[in-house]
Design a protein around this ligand. Structure first.
Ligand SMILES: Nc1ncnc2c1ncn2[C@@H]1O[C@H](COP(=O)(O)OP(=O)(O)OP(=O)(O)O)[C@@H](O)[C@H]1O
Ligand SMILES: [Mg+2]
Length: 506
């Protein structure tokens, strides 16, 4: 019998981008049917290492062996030929195709006739089982732009599954999924492993890593930082591997009692759920967590308040004054900001620098007599970017070239620099590492202390429980209940999220 060689060996991989040594002499091995979790802080080099395996980037040095054979991967098609399939951190789906078209993109089955057209019926038929396996509950001919972000991410996962790869790279596959979907995905991963598929799993959700990983490999500042065997995988040890030190456990400060209602929402109706009404209040200094399953309508509420998707009805008041918000400009003028869930589409402009992204909506504040004072703008951007520890050589750095988590920090820096009255966060720490998360939580707490009203939509249960003074749970377009800090638990939230009876006050 042949000696078992690892399915994947990456050895001595180095990669330099202009001004950034992203990887230095990094090695990674994965055995057959093994789930290896790759962890590290934002910008540690995880995605870059996997993009080299996936043929997106060429390494400056190093070797890749697959099943013991030295393998040169010059492009994405080489990677696919070598049996590597890649679920990217940033969505790669095409809006103008249906789900099946995305699953079979570039490999569409053709009709037998002389015209050799794409055989849509067959494509849909073949795509459906992959969608079903993920419990997606959508038809293969659903246009992508009708799906939520989470569902789009699931379509991307279905696409990777359909390639029947021997090595599957999952770069934060669950970052926009909620609990139920994440659980489903975890089962799919376990099933693939049982069928001998080797998996590299990147996630900042350490609970998930603990459940899934057979082994953990840490990266820090582009270098190997060590590893953990299955028995060694604990939250504390993973944190230490990533940040190189122990973190203090985050402790929410008790809310200050007796603050006035800052934002009041009454009878708000959105296009997604035209016959459901949403009403709630947020007090100054309060963080209202908003939990619920994907598709419950949370993001729609946020967008209606922010004016990007005009509500069908309802009334808003800010500090007791009736408020009309017809556009995002209206909202911004009143000090209401939204840090959106899909940062690539509405949070940042990736072809602009960090500085321009942070200062863009704030230009008015820095302008004097129609002239932009470049110096002040620059200092503001520097300060905001530094306070969130955005990892980049200078604030001139293009956002496109930042790691995923650091892009998210730029979105936050942009709003934090504006002195908000109401801040709506839609998945504020999606894809953000543990250390930076703690910093962002501190910042949110700090803003609350200054009297800002915060609405935090989050699918990260730990985050909702740790940070919220109160939790509103949504189910199918309405609020199924409110929970006080004391009442809120994973169980009580899940029960309301699936439509269970609730109580409580707005
Ligand atoms: N195309 C590029 N040009 C310049 N620098 C880049 C490019 N791609 C990545 N980098 C830099 O390389 C470093 C590693 O980035 P990478 O995306 O691999 O991090 P990561 O570990 O995946 O982080 P995250 O957890 O935030 O996704 C970062 O400093 C990033 O800014
Ligand atoms: Mg990444």
């Amino acid at each position: 019998m042949a000696q078992t060689v690892p399915v994947l060996e990456m050895q001595g991989i180095s990669k330099r981008f202009a001004g950034v040594q992203a990887l230095q002499n990094v090695s990674l091995e994965v055995g057959r049917g093994e789930v290896v979790a790759l962890i590290g802080e934002n910008g540690a080099g995880k995605s870059t290492l996997m993009k080299i395996l996936g043929g997106v980037h060429q390494p400056d040095a190093g070797e890749i062996r697959i099943n013991g054979q030295p393998t040169v991967i010059r492009g994405v098609s080489d990677a696919i030929k070598a049996g590597v399939s890649f679920i990217h951190q940033e969505l790669n789906v095409l809006d103008n195709l249906d789900a099946a078209g995305n699953v079979f993109l570039g490999r569409e089955p053709l009709t037998g006739g002389p015209l050799r057209l794409v055989d849509r019926a067959r494509m849909r038929e073949e795509a459906q089982p992959y969608l079903d396996r993920l419990g997606l509950g959508i038809a293969a001919d659903t246009p992508l732009d009708r799906l939520s972000l989470a569902q789009q991410q699931m379509v991307e996962i279905a696409k990777a599954l359909s390639l029947n790869a021997q090595i599957l790279i999952m770069d934060e596959p669950t970052s926009s999924l909620t609990l139920a979907e994440t659980e489903r995905l975890i089962h799919v991963v376990q099933d693939l492993r049982a069928h001998g598929v080797s998996i590299v799993y990147i996630s900042h959700r350490l609970g998930e890593v603990k459940t899934l990983a057979d082994r953990v490999v840490g990266l820090r500042d582009g270098k190997n930082a060590g590893g953990l065997s299955k028995e060694e995988i604990t939250h504390e040890r993973m944190v230490k591997l990533m940040v190189g030190r122990d973190l203090e456990k985050f402790q929410a400060a008790p809310p200050e009692a007796g603050r006035a209602v800052r934002l009041s929402v009454r009878g708000l109706r959105t296009r997604r759920y035209p016959d459901r009404e949403v009403s709630f209040d947020i007090h100054g200094g309060e963080i209202l967590g908003m939990a619920g399953l994907v598709g419950a309508g949370r993001s729609e509420v946020a967008q209606a308040i922010f004016g990007v998707d005009a509500p069908l009805g309802g009334a808003l008041t800010l500090d007791g004054q009736a408020l009309t918000v017809r556009s995002a400009q209206d909202a911004i003028r009143h000090g209401i900001y939204l840090a959106p869930e899909d940062r690539r589409r509405s949070g940042v402009i990736v072809d602009m620098s960090i500085r321009d992204n942070i200062t863009l909506p704030a230009l008015g504040r820095y302008a004097s007599v129609g002239l932009i004072r470049r110096g002040a703008e620059e200092r503001g951007a520097e300060a905001a970017s530094r306070s969130l520890r955005v990892k980049a050589p200078t604030t001139d750095f293009l956002v496109r070239n930042l790691s995923g988590g650091n892009q998210q920090k730029v979105v936050l820096a942009k709003w934090l620099s504006l002195g908000p009255k109401v801040l709506i966060f839609d998945e504020p720490t999606r894809g953000i590492d543990v250390g930076a998360k703690a910093e962002i939580y501190d910042l949110m707490r700090g803003l609350a202390k200054e009297g800002v009203a915060l609405l935090m939509i989050s699918s990260d249960m730990e985050e909702v429980l740790n940070l919220s003074d109160r939790v509103a749970v949504m189910h199918e377009g309405r609020i199924s209940g409110f929970l006080s800090r004391q009442e809120a638990s994973e169980e009580s939230i899940m029960q309301l999220a699936v439509g269970g009876a609730g109580k409580g006050t707005r």
